[in-house]
Design a protein around this ligand. Structure first.
Ligand SMILES: Nc1ncnc2c1ncn2[C@@H]1O[C@H](COP(=O)(O)OP(=O)(O)OP(=O)(O)O)[C@@H](O)[C@H]1O
Ligand SMILES: Nc1nc2c(ncn2[C@@H]2O[C@H](COP(=O)(O)O)[C@@H](O)[C@H]2O)c(=O)[nH]1
Length: 205
């Protein structure tokens, strides 16, 4: 029996912009069809982070063997660590009709665009670079030198914004959630309408 596939939603944007915060708030909304793809990383867990919930924490050797085995949809090196998306979970959820969110940086998003161009690519942008830096400082999870490296990387990432289907400013968590939810809903409507019109044309109607 034909089952409608889910949407792959790539939520990208610089470290500290609020991707995790906005995604968690989105997932608390009722009547959504969202799944979250837990990434793999070689970064050490932060205080309170749990393996299998925040990330799958891997050694460098484990991560490299997953790359070699072709088990990652995408992967990137970010400020001295590997990050990547396990392929199988994403494929299974999309087949099951679920909308799957990836929360990834821009190099990984480029790879996903090549492999799955039918995805929906959303860039979460900060109100300003100084606000981004304040958020990273306020989060209190990185040392000053790592924050400086992440902010420098953010400047490069912001130059890639135009490659995305949508740019959403995270000025306020609820506003950003509402915008993303509206984009996903509109995208579904568009795709369903296009599919229906193509089917009508094929039937000669
Ligand atoms: N709209 C907002 N206004 C003010 N603070 C925010 C907003 N969104 C998120 N924050 C705060 O900014 C900090 C960074 O947020 P978060 O960890 O969600 O970012 P991230 O993009 O997921 O970072 P990373 O990519 O490093 O995982 C957190 O302390 C969070 O509470
Ligand atoms: N390319 C990928 N990037 C990812 C993935 N999971 C997370 N990330 C991004 O890495 C940076 C740093 O994350 P942090 O948890 O150390 O702050 C941030 O931009 C994340 O969005 C992934 O699977 N692939």
């Amino acid at each position: 029996m034909y089952k409608k596939k889910g949407l792959l939603i790539v939520l990208s944007g610089p470290s500290g912009v609020g991707k995790g915060t906005v995604r968690k708030a989105l997932f608390e909304e009722p009547n959504t069809n969202y799944e979250y793809s837990i990434s793999m990383t070689t970064r050490s867990p932060r205080e309170g982070e749990q393996d299998g919930i925040d990330y799958f924490f891997k050694s460098k050797e484990e991560f490299e063997s997953l790359i070699d085995a072709g088990r990652l949809l995408e992967h990137a090196e970010y400020v001295g660590n590997y990050y990547g998306t396990p392929m199988q979970y994403v494929e299974e959820m999309i087949e099951a009709g679920r909308d799957v969110f990836l929360e990834i940086e821009v190099e990984g998003a480029k790879q996903v665009r090549e492999k799955m161009p039918e995805g929906l690519f959303i860039f979460l942008a900060p109100p300003s670079l100084s606000e981004l830096e304040n958020r990273l400082i306020g989060r209190g999870t990185e040392d000053a030198d790592v924050i400086a490296t992440r902010v420098a990387r953010a400047r490069e990432e912001l130059e890639m914004m135009h490659l995305y289907d949508y740019v959403v400013e995270n000025d306020d968590v609820q506003n950003a959630c509402d915008r993303i939810h509206a984009i996903v809903t509109a995208e579904h409507c568009k795709r369903e309408r296009v599919e229906e019109l193509y089917k009508q044309m094929l039937r000669g109607e």
